[in-house]
Design a protein around this ligand. Structure first.
Ligand code: GDP
Length: 458
């Protein structure tokens, strides 16, 4: 989604390298790229205009703090505004599905025909039944879910929901094409109450376009059911048209959230931004495949970062900062400065810090797209195990061996390997890694930390 924005922004960041400040002139260039990228992604023009104006205002007021380059500062502003645009301004839990209603909590599904309403009903039901629901950041457990179709215009629609419900492993309330939608809804609600369902999801007739009769019908269903969630399901492929459809539904019904489907297709994703802006309602889920598992809760912040190709790089950095023991790092830095050697004791404390970073698998997932492709080849669990084994080897050494690694010859290697329960080759491999690290440390001492960081940043 919004791939072009990523590409365009990184080009701008490159051209801005070497400039000391954000100025009217260099910001202009960048804003042009942002504007083009958003338009290419099918974001509606009024939304683009407002967004670009906001970024400009913020960027020119931005102090480019010490370590940041103007390009990074700009990306920071774009990231912040994009998060806001995607719903970050609505509060941390706005994208959560609310079920805080005397059970059964009723969810009403609205949208055009073909938008993915029935499929999404099945996906949601499955997600709730399997315990996916989160409130205030906490899982609330598995739900007993009932689904019903009030689509009496297409008999196939009722059959479709029945099939989907069976696949999702949730209960299906039969209905027929000769019933009135309101009677179907009333029966289902009654049944759900009597049988203590946690959630009732009501699928409705799809509209081909904005149809007043059908709008009145869903309004009547809304009045009868008093749903806690009225979800507007919209196909991401609609592009610019999504705006008009969203507006019509938002005017007709008190929507509580939006589900954007088919983001896995070649949709350019701009619809997400437009719909959110036009309705003022949070995007709560995105559909990413035809399969029932293809539903993801929507996170504005994460999506904004993914759009910018940063992965969850910001939270990764924060996590790393929290985890790394500042004292240890300072000791190491002091040691480097004083010209002391980097030995296996230092290596061991570095490995311990790496372990503090937590589960390697989850860390790898947060890397930006460019890296996560490579990282996907790495098995997180495997990496964790690797770190533990390295620690085992280091612990099997004596203090003297760790401070004078050159002492470790064949017989010591055999003893260490036995102590750690590994093969001698593994001890050799670890020592080789240590030597690489030592060489890097030497390099750092020569070039200075700052130079190295700059090289990495560039
Ligand atoms: P409804 O008319 O609104 O109930 O729409 P359906 O649920 O019948 O979906 C219409 C078509 O879109 C079906 O072929 C679905 O398989 C497909 N579909 C729904 N959601 C997604 C999605 O997130 N990704 C993809 N690729 N296809 C989807």
């Amino acid at each position: 989604m919004l791939d072009n924005l990523t590409a365009r922004l990184s080009r701008v960041v490159k051209t801005l390298k070497g400039e000391a400040r954000l100025t009217e002139a260099n910001t202009q260039e960048m804003l042009r790229e942002v504007r083009l990228a958003l338009l290419e992604a099918d974001v509606a023009l009024p939304v683009v205009r407002e967004f670009v104006a906001r970024v400009k205002e913020k960027a020119l007021g931005e102090d480019v703090a010490g370590s940041l380059t103007p390009g990074q500062a700009l990306v920071g502003v774009v990231h912040k505004e994009l998060t806001t645009l995607m719903g970050g301004d609505l509060g941390p839990n706005a994208t959560e599905l609310s079920l805080a209603q005397q059970p059964p909590a009723v969810i009403l599904m609205a949208g055009l025909q073909g938008s993915g309403k029935t499929t999404t009903t099945g996906k949601l039901a499955r997600w709730l039944a399997e315990g996916g629901h989160v409130q205030n950041g906490r899982k609330t457990g598995k739900k007993k879910v009932l689904v019903v179709s009030a689509d009496v215009y297409r008999p196939a629609a009722i059959e479709q929901l029945k099939t989907v419900a069976a696949q999702a492993g949730v209960d299906f309330m039969p209905s027929t094409a000769d019933q009135k939608p309101e009677d179907i809804a009333r029966n289902a609600l009654d049944h759900a109450r009597r049988h203590h369902y946690d959630v009732l999801i009501v699928d409705t007739a799809g509209r081909l376009g904005i149809d007043e009769v059908l709008m009145n019908e869903i309004r009547a269903l809304h009045a009868l059911l008093n749903p806690i969630e009225t979800l507007f399901v919209v196909d991401a492929m609609l592009g610019q048209d999504a705006v008009n459809v969203a507006k019509a539904f938002n005017d007709a019904l008190p929507l509580t959230g939006v589900v954007l489907t088919k983001l896995d297709g070649d949709a350019r994703g701009g619809a997400a931004l437009s719909v959110r802006q036009i309705t003022g309602k949070p995007l709560k889920f995105v559909g990413v495949s035809e399969k029932l598992a293809g539903l993801e809760p929507f996170h504005p912040e994460r999506m904004a970062q993914r759009v910018l190709g940063m992965g969850d790089i910001l939270s990764l950095v924060e996590e790393a900062q929290r985890a790394i023991d500042v004292d240890e790092a300072q000791k190491l830095a002091a040691k480097l400065k004083s010209g002391d050697r980097f030995d296996l004791n230092d290596f061991r404390s570095q490995i311990a810090q790496m372990k503090n970073l937590g589960d390697m698998g989850s860390l790898l997932e947060k890397l930006p797209a460019q890296f996560s492709q490579a990282a996907s080849q790495i098995d997180g669990k495997q990496a964790n195990k690797q770190v533990r084994r390295m620690e085992g080897i280091l612990n099997a050494m004596t203090e003297l061996e760790r401070s004078k690694p050159e002492l470790i010859k064949a017989s010591r290697k055999r003893r260490i390997a036995t102590g750690a329960g590994v093969q001698v080759q593994e001890v050799n491999r670890m020592l080789a890694q240590f030597e690489q690290m030592q060489a890097m440390m030497k390099q750092m001492k020569k070039g200075g930390m700052a130079k190295m960081m700059r090289a990495m940043g560039g």
